[in-house]
Design a protein around this ligand. Sequence first.
Ligand code: GZL
Ligand code: ZN
Length: 329
Amino acid sequence: ASGDTKNSENGSDVLTVGFSQVGAESDWRTANSESMKDTFSSENGYELIFDDAQQKQENQITAIRNFIQQEVDYILLAPVTETGWDTVLQEAKDADIPVIIVDRMVDVSDDDLYTTWIGTDSLQEGRKAADWLNQYAEAKEVKPEELNIVNIQGTIGSTAQIGRTKGLEEGVEKYGWNLLAQQTGEFTQAKGQEVMESMLKQYDNINVVYCENDNEAFGAIDAIEAAGKTVGGDIKNGEIAVISFDTTNAGLTDTLSGKIACDVECNPLHGPRAEELIKKLEAGEEVEKLNYVAEEIFTHGNDVAKVKAVNSLGDEEEFEVTQITQEIL
Ligand code: GZL
Ligand code: ZN
């Protein structure tokens, strides 16, 4: 498939790209799909075969096998979970079709089973949120042991969930927070609301809700308000601080209003970056194995100016906390 664009696998001068997408579970996912469709359009000289797996790994494996049958030039995979990919990626390798992993990461026996990866550092995202929460509690004169946290997790086994949960759990260990409950909200608004409702029935002392994406936060906020409680940041006076990830438009709108106390950016616009990698591969150029996308952190109050977080490569990085304003939206 690599080599001269003019003579791609199926002989036409169009590059055929098969994209196995997780599903349509969240605003972030929708934006990610749009970015890929906008980039790999026919006017840009591509034929995109797009498959929505409805968050099921077996559907992704079927889609990849179909792409192999159709002799696509490139396979893009946004993997719903971290494991279970060795067999089908070996089949793609045997068919000499380069695989680009997008967004979440895969854990495979041999990383030659994929050509390159483009995405974001979920572990560092979680660590940013934890560092922010530690400083925020201090600013609000709330002791670490007074923080009663519930964690609405993402799709269990996805690296986005694994990383963000790990970042929180490290904070619990390090600062002595109370982690009352953890349950998956499957990155959806409906499940996030359902899980929050059940947690509110079990605990009457929750003052922090750590949601692993904005859609879970929207659901959790509805449940909290329906229970007659208040989301905000004034933990000392009974408000519930909601932490979230993705910084979707709706998420940043809630951050501006103070309903979300802190939203950690996770950038979905991987289309152009994936195309850049394909162009390099077509030109026979070397590409980095791992291509991390830079991402920030947003709040609406000046309580925390900077956060520090070690990234997945082991380097500590410092980030200015961005104050959300109407103009940024
Ligand atoms: C994160 C991505 C996650 C988003 C969710 O990189 O995999 O999946 O945070 C989406 O909104 O469902
Ligand atoms: Zn991310």
